[in-house]
Ligand binder design. Structure first.
Ligand code: ADP
Length: 227
């Protein structure tokens, strides 16, 4: 479902952030992308939402080459490929409910859809009882769960989690990881980028290791390396 074919990317035509990547991710996989800061993990994820385009090579999602998606269709791509980040990116003047609802409002959803769907996703992320709290009335882990709910509201087939536990303590990190695993079990392909090996070790799924814009190891399952 996701394929990187001979991909190279530079920023400002200077520095090779992605330096020849071939990677295939199947439907329903949970992939941890690990590597030190600057390894190219975020860049690899940003290629999937066409925030950046390769200088060379091709990125294919669901059989469609990302390069061929016109700008007018990018919102559709970005609903199919949901993203969460280290800094949550919540609107501070809106409650948990309103943050999630806003994502639906901007794409023209009806009041009915909003009042049906928002409670459902808040339930999935375990925040039904905090729907009326503002971000500053939520813990870091809860804020990240609101961000996850906001991504899930569009029923994405792929969820990209870019260093989602970077601002969280260990306990909250494990909660977020458990939630990502649950979302994966419900059928969404998940790619988790992190430099935190403890987090990755707790997951026990495919681990792709990056260094200097390259994949240096692809461990499909414990003890089995394909690179
Ligand atoms: P990671 O997510 O593994 O920390 P990144 O993909 O963010 O790595 O960065 C890969 C390389 O690209 C780094 O050397 C980083 O400094 C550089 N880089 C990332 N974003 C930009 C940008 N917007 N402009 C210029 N260089 C960037």
């Amino acid at each position: 479902m996701i394929e990187y074919k001979g991909v190279y990317t530079t920023y400002d035509n200077k520095f090779e952030a992605i330096n020849g990547i071939d990677l295939h991710i199947k439907y329903g996989e949970f992939v941890s992308l690990i590597g030190p800061n600057g390894a190219g993990k975020s860049t690899l994820l940003r290629l999937l939402t066409k925030e950046i385009t390769p200088n060379k090579g091709e990125v294919v999602v669901d059989g469609i080459s990302i390069a061929e998606i016109p700008d007018k269709d990018l919102p559709v791509l970005r609903r199919k490929v949901g993203t969460i980040f280290q800094d949550f990116k919540l609107l501070t003047n809106k409650t948990a409910f309103e943050n999630v609802a806003f994502a639906l409002e901007v794409c023209g959803a009806s009041e009915q859809e909003i009042s049906d769907d928002v409670p459902k996703v808040l339930h999935i992320v375990g925040l039904s009882d905090k729907a009326d709290n503002f971000p500053n009335q939520l813990s870091g882990g809860e804020r990240q769960r609101v961000a996850i709910a906001r991504a899930l509201i569009h029923r994405p087939t792929i969820l990209l989690a870019d260093e989602p536990t970077g601002n969280l303590d260990l306990l909250n990190s494990y909660d977020v990881v458990k939630l990502l695993l649950k979302i994966n079990e419900l059928g969404t392909t998940v790619i988790l980028a992190t430099h935190n090996r403890e987090v990755v070790n707790s997951i026990g799924r495919r681990v792709v290791s990056m260094e200097n814009g390259k994949i240096v190891r692809d461990q499909i399952e414990a003890g089995k390396y394909i690179i």
